[in-house]
Design a protein around this ligand. Structure first.
Ligand SMILES: O=C(O)CCC(=O)C(=O)O
Ligand SMILES: [Fe+2]
Length: 404
């Protein structure tokens, strides 16, 4: 009984993963730790939790973050929150961080402070060799300008990934009123599909170049529930294909759980796929199965092209189009962003967005680079339907032009 419960408890890897997710949210949404942990001493994140995040940030060379979490750990310790970690442990980590960022005077100052603290057996913590190396380094300080101002959230800037992070914060969206005015919505009856003639789809142009369409209320709440129920037992940590080896591997580039659902699994899956065939007018016989994905807090998918999932694939197997079904709203975060064109699409439960990954010439449309922003509050459910080239020869004719 106890064994079965302990298997459910988070292990060290899980805790490190949580720390990494918290740091990702903090960096991306530019947050101060105290806004994430709550001010009360009984709040969810203990000094030990904060210290763990500082350690992980330090390991990953995210020094500014590490300093902020050290400050937060100290704040909680000052408030008298219970903890295993001591102020001395925290200051010791602070000296190594300051050393790593070449803030040597600061590192030496804290080290000396710690050395003179009689309560501690610090000689075991701070190696004399380390202190000597600090003193040596300070002597050679000339020309070293790489100082960091501690305790400043505005310095939480990492190199940008094509503006992906800014779009996630709602900055840099490249739509203007003149362009937006031209975007239309309509009831769409497709190309003679009887279903759509009886129940036209609510089609909205989300973006003009390249065209991104959103279909509202394309999947009902009860269908969503069935799809979620079928996928839950199958959900497993998502992988991505390694561009060099082509093998599918776990990576922090994509943090979510996913599951594949086939048409045979339930009439609901087949019905939803048929609806997607009706609205796209594309052949679904060669499409991949429906891939359901669930992102928890901090879950995300960094910028990628869907069409490049396995570079060695023959053209006919490439993903000509993506249909992304949103099966939940997300309270904060979780938008699908396109860094190249400056578009941000908020998840909206029951809707689907559609775009072509390939130009009519068959080349990758580089404007379709896209990412899933980290979820900050809530749980995000989506389903991907990737439609392949084979079967579309007469439905989406190719051209030699590279512009469409
Ligand atoms: O979840 C999203 O918003 C996008 C997901 C995505 O791009 C993918 O799974 O390939
Ligand atoms: Fe994608």
């Amino acid at each position: 009984m106890l064994l079965s419960k302990t298997q459910l408890l988070p292990n060290e890897n899980n805790l490190d993963g949580i720390a990494v997710a918290i740091i990702r949210l903090q960096e991306l949404y530019r947050l101060d730790p105290k806004d994430m942990t709550g001010l009360e001493s009984h709040s969810a994140l203990s000094p030990d939790g904060c210290f763990h995040i500082a350690v992980i940030a330090h390991q990953n060379q995210q020094f500014q973050c590490a300093i902020l979490w050290i400050q937060e750990t100290m704040r909680k310790l000052h408030e008298g929150a219970e903890a295993v970690v001591t102020k001395e442990n925290v200051l010791t980590l602070l000296t190594s961080i300051q050393f790593d960022v070449c803030n040597l005077h600061f590192a030496l100052g804290v080290t000396q402070l710690l050395m003179h603290n009689d309560n501690l057996n610090l000689k075991t913590i701070l190696q004399p060799a380390y202190t000597n190396s600090l003193i040596e380094n300070i002597k050679n300080l000339d020309g070293m300008q790489h100082f960091i101002t501690p305790f400043d959230t505005s310095a939480l800037h990492r190199p940008m990934q094509n503006g992906y992070e800014a779009l996630c914060r709602g900055q840099g969206i490249k739509m203007n009123p003149k362009r937006q005015k031209k975007l239309v919505c309509r009831y769409m009856t497709g190309e003679g599909s009887p279903q759509l003639i009886y129940a036209p789809a609510k089609e909205e142009e989300e973006w003009d170049e390249p065209l991104i369409l959103r279909y509202h209320d394309i999947i009902s709440l009860s269908e969503i529930e069935v799809i979620k129920r079928l996928s839950r037992p199958k959900l497993a940590r998502a992988k991505v294909s390694d561009p060099v080896t082509g093998k599918f591997v776990y990576t922090t580039v994509r943090v979510s759980k996913s599951a594949w659902l086939s048409n045979d699994e339930s009439p609901v899956v087949a019905r939803v796929n048929q609806r997607l065939a009706d609205i796209t007018g594309l052949d679904m016989n060669t499409a991949e199965e429906l891939q359901v994905a669930n992102y928890g807090i901090g879950g995300h998918y960094e910028p990628h092209y869907d069409s490049m999932v396995a570079n060695g694939l023959p053209f006919t197997e490439k993903r000509i189009a993506t249909v992304l079904l949103y099966m939940s709203d997300v309270e904060v975060g979780g938008a699908t962003v396109f860094p190249d064109i400056g578009a941000a699409l908020p998840p909206k439960r029951g809707s689907a967005v559609i775009w072509f990954n390939l130009l009519k010439s068959g080349e990758v449309d580089t404007r379709t680079l896209h990412a899933a922003c980290p979820v900050f509050v809530g749980s995000k459910w989506v389903a991907n339907k990737w439609i392949c080239c084979r079967g579309q020869e007469f439905r989406r004719r190719c051209t030699l032009s590279k512009s469409d």
